[in-house]
Design a protein around this ligand. Structure first.
Ligand code: VGL
Ligand code: ZN
Length: 218
């Protein structure tokens, strides 16, 4: 593969923020290893559109264990009739842990989409919020934004492989995009989920790539 522009294609960088990196309150396994492949992919500048998402919660967010009496991080509860994991406090609006990661060049992004801003609703996917009190998953508008720009193929990198990347990929596919996940440019909250994540993606027709296939050495 040469370094030609990928027509009708968007790169989506999901939640590459210090709170999900090593030492952060919700550190993904080997998260720091995604930085080099993400930088390499960006350096090629092959995409028509670039989107970043930023997890951006108000203090006291419903997804935080600390918001619930007796709640412990990684507990599973039911919220609005659907399962919800309780997380350590993370990506609180305006904190340094919520910033976009300083090792990535964000200049090329056409859109930076903040999500999880509603105190009462979690939002894993770049495309739709989690279930709300009306048991609906409101759209973020990203599918329309991409379609209005003639995007048909989306390539997803970022964090976490088993949470926001997975949900974003599933919703991208459901919205009709040809969907690719660049596996080594993602890292999971826990690697125990990797087999299940891979199976789920494959079952839905999400294609899994390695950055070396995508950016071969020149
Ligand atoms: C994420 C858990 C909570 C993610 C965000 O970016 O995958 N995970 N909030
Ligand atoms: Zn979050």
């Amino acid at each position: 593969m040469t370094h030609e522009i990928l027509p009708c294609s968007a790169l989506i960088l999901v939640d590459i923020q210090p709170d999900f990196m090593s030492g952060g309150p919700l550190a993904c396994e080997q998260a720091d290893a995604i930085v080099a492949p993400v930088q390499a992919i960006l350096a090629q500048d092959r995409f028509a559109q670039y989107v970043a998402t930023q997890d951006w919660h108000p203090a006291g967010h419903i997804s935080f264990a600390s918001t619930h009496d007796g709640g412990k991080p990684f507990d599973n509860i039911e919220l609005y009739g659907h399962p919800q994991v309780l997380w350590p406090d993370h990506c609180v609006q305006g904190t340094t842990g919520a910033a976009l990661h300083s090792a990535i060049n964000w200049d090329r992004m056409n859109l930076i989409l903040r999500k999880g801003t509603d105190a009462a609703v979690d939002s894993y996917s770049a495309f739709r919020e989690n279930y709300n009190c009306a048991e609906q998953r409101p759209q973020t508008g990203l599918a329309g934004w991409l379609k209005e720009r003639q995007v048909r193929n989306v390539y997803i990198c970022g964090l976490a492989r088993d949470v926001c990347v997975l949900w974003s990929a599933q919703d991208a596919r459901a919205a009709g995009f040809n969907t690719y996940v660049i596996w080594d440019a993602t890292a999971p909250v826990t690697g125990k989920t990797d087999d299940a994540t891979r199976r789920r993606m494959q079952k839905q027709g999400i294609r899994i790539l390695h950055s070396s296939e995508f950016c071969p050495a020149p």
